[in-house]
Each structure stands twice: as C-alpha cells, then as structure tokens.
Ligand binder design. Structure first.
Ligand code: M6R
Length: 608
C-alpha cells in the first residue's frame, strides 16, 4: 500500500525523503515522488516505477534543493500507474502539495464541485481533489484550510501536506490508516511506518484517527478534529536499524525465516514467570471468562491461517466453540456475536482495513475484543479491549514468516492460559504444554537446520504448474499457510485440501506425477494420513511428505520426505511450517521471482 514520508529541518530534504521511501518499498508500490519547498516555491519530481528511477532522475535527490518536503510511494487505486497519477499532487496555484494513502470515497462528487468552480484536473486520482480543496480554502490560515479540507472528505485518508506559506510547516492528517510522527533535534518527521524513521529517531507519536499534526523543525503540535491542541504521549521504538535491514541475507524473507527462534523467544519468555503464564492487559475476571460461550477469530491471509491453528488448539484445550472468519466476510455478515463472545483479531501490521472493520462491527454488537498484533500503537492495538503483542520485530518481506509463527505461538499460549483458568486442563497437562511451548524456539532452530535439504527438494519440484497440499486436523491448518506461501511468492498454483475430503472430488486432480505435499505430523490421525498417502500414490502422485523424526512408515511410502523434530501434537505446527516456508522460498528463487515484493501484493493492506 502507499507509503508516506515527510521531513522538516535544516538538512536537505530530498535525500532524506528518498531514503525513507526506500524503507517503505516493501509495502508495494508502482510509482514514487517527492515535493520539496525551495525559496517559497515547490519543486516536484515523480515517476512511474521504482524508487531507483526517481533517484536516477534527481541524482539521489541532490538536484532538488530545500529543507522541507514530502514523499510518496503509490499503489494505484484510482487511475493507472503513470507519471501524472504519481503523487505528490499540486494545487493549481502551486501553493500546496499533497501525498495520500487511502481512498476518498466522495471524490467524484468533490471533483464535479471543483470543476464547476473552474478547477482543471490533471490526474485521474482521487487524491487530487485534496490539493484543490486546500487551494479553495487557502485564503485562510493553512491550518484552517487543512481542517476545512479534511472535514469534506469521506473514506480513508492519511495525508502529508506541504504548503508555501514560508513557515516551513508540514501537516499530517490521519483518518483510517497508519501515520507516525518522529521527533528529532531541530528537525521532525512523519511516515507511514517506523522503519522509515528509526535511522533518525526512536521517539515517536502515534496519531489516532481524526487527529492532525503541524510540524516545524522545532515543534510538533497535534490537534483533534476541532483544531484544539492536544497532548499525545511520546513512545520509544524498541527496534533498531539492523532489525529493519537485510543483514547479509539475499532476501528479507530468508532473514526473517532465520529470525524465528529469536522472535518466538521474545514473544514467549516475558509471559512465562515461575512456571506460570502471565498475560499483560488481560483483566477478565473468572466470572467474565466463564461467561464466554463462543470465540470468533478474525483476520486476513496468513493471520487467518494462524487463526485456523488456534481454533483447533483452543477447542481441544478449552472446549469453547471457536470459529475462524476471514475479516472481509465477517464485516458484512451481520455477525452473530454478543457480550458472551470473545473476538480475537490477529494481525501482523495492525493496520489491515478489513480486520479493523470486522472488529468495529463485532464491537458494536457487544463482543469482547482482543487482538494479537505485532506493531505497537497500530490501529488494531488501539481499537480492542485487550492487546497481546507478538514481539517478532519488523517484518519487511511481503510474505509473512516470523509474523505467522509468533501469532500461532501466541494463540497456543492463550489457549493454554484460558484452559487453565477455566479448569479444563490439570496441573500436569498445563506444565507439560508450557514446557513444550518453551522448547519450541530450539525445535524451530532444528527445523531451520534442514535448510540445505529443503533447498535440494525445492529444486526438484520448482518447475511444476500446480502443487497440492494435504493434511488432517492441525496438519490441514498448516497446509493452508504452506500453500499460500508457495502461491504468493512463486506464482505456482497451490491449494490446501483436507485429506479426508480427497475422495469427495479432489482426488480427480491426481494423475501420474502430480506433486503433493502431504503433512503427516499430527500423531492422533497418523494412520488415517498414511491411508490417504497410499490412495494418492496408487493414482501416480509424487509425494513429498513432512513427518516427524523417526517415522519409518512415511520414509518407505513417500518419494521425498522432510522430518521435523517431535513435539506435543498441539504445538507441532510451529515447527512444521518452517520447511514449507523454506520450500516456498527456494521454489520462488529457482523460478527467478521477486521474493520480497511479489507481484500485485502489498505488505499491509490498508484499503478494502
Ligand atoms: O498485517 P496482517 O497480518 O493483518 O496481514 C494479513 C494478510 O494481508 C497477510 O498475512 C498476507 O496474507 C501475507 N501476504 C501472507 O504472507
């Protein structure tokens, strides 16, 4: 999704803006641009394509002089990706430049209104109305013009605004999208994401919806929507610069796969004290807990597949009916939830538009809300009653890896915690599960150590047109994520099927040489899975099995196999996904795909 940066200070702005935009590249974009204020007028450089084109055009920003500016990476929604539709957009009088993330839903009506006032539009974007509205209201003070403009907009809009009133002022407006203000010394910043700020400052302010900020080199003032100055807490970012860079790996995805043992430790360790689980901000009394008769997990993409694992574990341990609903469906389903329902939203970014909408919908119907989120201060974290952070650190690759495993671990921890408090598991099982979970970082490391073997296998399978994934119970939940990983970065058709469903239609797809990844790690249904493998082998399938160390039956049955360390069956998915992540990575690599930035995908889907 679009990325926004802004800078005001005494250094040259353009090189700083370009560096910031590079840090936001992972969000996905099709064009980029900057606008800088120089001697009272705005210089603009923008182009379709990569930021490196913009760097070439401007000699790394050195051709554009001035110390105040805004920058943008665009993900086209209204109007094709081209130079004209790229942001920033200027008002006709050249007094305002605007960058925008989101969708202005009433832009057509505003456009007609402005055209009736004689304004000529240059682009096909919804954003351009903002620049012209600013000019329309611009006879007043710039702050008033910003407020009046924002009050006319319907939809989601995070705006960065540069104006030529000579004050070196920038404005940042937030409505339904991420925006963070960075506090420097004699200079200030804004950006869509902390990764664009941490090279300069770790002191940040998270803007909330309906708020806007005025930035000068010396000062940041935050206002509510009525224009009243408000006091906002300053937060300290715990990530460092290295955490947001590749650190010698060829791709962020590989680096992030390798980081999983550490990410898991960071998520689990602070929550296990003296053999007990301590969940911060979880203040439900025993009575309130007993009152919960349904759990709804909502999320999108991989986060929803983490939820699928969570559903099996929660139901097994807590015996509370649990359903997983993708947020884009739940939000429009008039969900049947009330104060007996616990809604658990799962999101790495904390900014996914559908997940936010689904939470709001369920909240309005009285559900208790909780979120498992990776980004501190994100919209989802602020929206729910209880937030549990996954301490995975910044995830840059579009394909999530450590985001997913820490979500699964957090759901496991929550399930164990709830089961204990509800009295559904005894002390012995509680201690057994907790110890098992604490061992998962080292089990994951052993799964990562299979890297070379998985690469060898990926090179045997990379040229297939379609790869099927089958499994039962928790293995099936892991199949969904394994298939998504493969399709999103290698563009190979991949689909997950419940192995017990094969006979009901899917087995018709199996032919001589059809590649099938069969997950056989869920011990209680191991024999059933062996029968399913026999069925597809009999029809000519080429089977790559993922099973547990020491499993001789699978070795004799499958064409290829990956053996992962044994753990408690409920916790195995955390290690089981690792070879599938590596498999997807090496298949995509063998196919020459752009692994960290797969086509058509954005890291954080902040619009519907
Ligand atoms: O930031 P979120 O966890 O809310 O994002 C949800 C999905 O967009 C995300 O998991 C997506 O499916 C990834 N590309 C999967 O690798």
């Amino acid at each position: 999704m679009c990325g926004i940066v802004g800078f005001t200070g005494s250094r040259q702005a353009a090189p700083i803006l370009l560096e910031g935009l590079k840090k936001l590249e992972y969000r996905g974009y099709d064009s980029a641009g900057v606008a800088v204020l120089d001697n009272g007028s705005i210089s603009l450089a923008k182009t379709r394509g990569m930021i490196k084109n913009l760097c070439e055009m401007t000699h790394d920003g050195n051709d554009i002089k001035g110390c105040v500016g805004i920058g943008h990476t665009r993900w086209a929604t209204h109007g094709v990706p081209n130079d004209i539709n790229a942001h920033p957009h200027l008002s006709c009088d050249g007094r305002f430049a605007v960058v925008h993330n989101g969708i202005i839903e009433n832009y057509a009506q505003l456009r007609d209104e402005l055209i009736a006032h004689g304004i000529e539009f240059k682009s096909d974007t919804d954003t351009e109305v903002v620049a012209h509205l600013l000019e329309y209201y611009g006879d007043e003070d710039a702050k008033t013009a910003v407020m009046k403009t924002a009050s006319r907009l319907v939809g989601s809009y995070v705006l960065g605004i540069l104006c030529t009133d000579g004050s070196g002022r920038l404005f940042a407006v937030r409505e339904s999208g991420p925006l963070i203000l960075g506090i420097g010394v004699g200079e200030n910043y804004f950006a869509s994401d902390v990764t664009a700020l941490i090279a300069h400052t770790k002191n940040v302010i998270y803007l909330d919806d309906g708020e806007f900020a005025e930035l000068t080199p010396e000062k940041i003032t935050v206002y509510d929507c009525t224009g009243t100055a408000i006091t906002k807490p300053v937060s300290r970012v715990v990530w460092d610069v290295e955490a947001a860079e590749k650190g010698g790996y060829e791709h962020f995805m590989l680096k992030e796969i390798m980081e999983q043992p550490r990410a898991l430790k960071a998520t689990l360790e602070p929550r296990v004290k003296n053999g007990d689980i301590v969940l911060e901000n979880f203040e439900l009394s025993d009575e309130e807990l007993k009152d919960i008769d349904k759990i709804v997990i909502t999320a999108c993409g991989s986060a929803s597949y983490a939820g699928q694992v969570g559903r099996y574990v929660i139901e097994k341990l807590c015996r509370i009916p649990t359903q997983v609903e993708v947020a884009s469906e739940l939000r429009y389903r008039e969900p049947i939830v009330d104060h007996h329902t616990l809604l658990i939203a799962v999101s790495q970014s904390g900014e996914t538009a559908d997940t936010i909408a689904a939470i709001k919908e369920c909240k309005a119907r009285g559900a208790r809300t909780m979120a498992i989120v990776n980004v501190v201060g994100s919209t989802i974290a602020n929206l729910v009653d209880h937030v549990l952070y996954t301490w995975a650190g910044p995830e840059v690759a579009v394909a999530t890896t450590k985001g997913y495993t820490t979500q699964v671990a957090m759901l496991d921890l929550l399930a164990i915690y709830l089961a204990r408090r509800l009295g559904r598991i005894d002390d012995e099982r509680y201690a057994q599960l907790l110890t098992g979970l604490q061992e998962m970082p080292s089990k994951i490391q052993r799964a990562i150590d299979l890297n070379g073997h998985v690469q060898y296998l990926a090179e045997r399978y990379y040229s297939n047109q379609a790869i099927y994934f089958i499994g039962r119970n928790l293995d099936y939940a892991v199949c969904m994520e394994g298939a998504l990983k493969l399709k999103e970065i290698s563009y190979i058709f991949a689909e997950a099927y419940a192995a017990g469903e094969l006979k009901h239609g899917t087995i018709a797809l199996i032919d001589q040489g059809s590649p099938v990844v069969a997950l056989a790690c869920y011990e209680p249904l191991f024999d059933k899975m062996v029968s399913n493998i026999e069925e597809i082998k009999a029809r000519g399938a080429k089977v790559l099995a993922v099973a547990l160390e020491g499993d001789k039956r699978i070795i004799s049955q499958a064409d290829d196999f990956i053996l992962i360390p044994k753990s408690d069956p409920l916790l195995t998915p955390i290690a089981e996904i690792i070879p599938l992540q590596l498999f997807a990575y090496y298949v995509a690599k063998a196919n020459g795909c752009d692994i960290d930035k797969p086509k058509n995908l954005a890291k954080s889907v902040t619009v519907e």
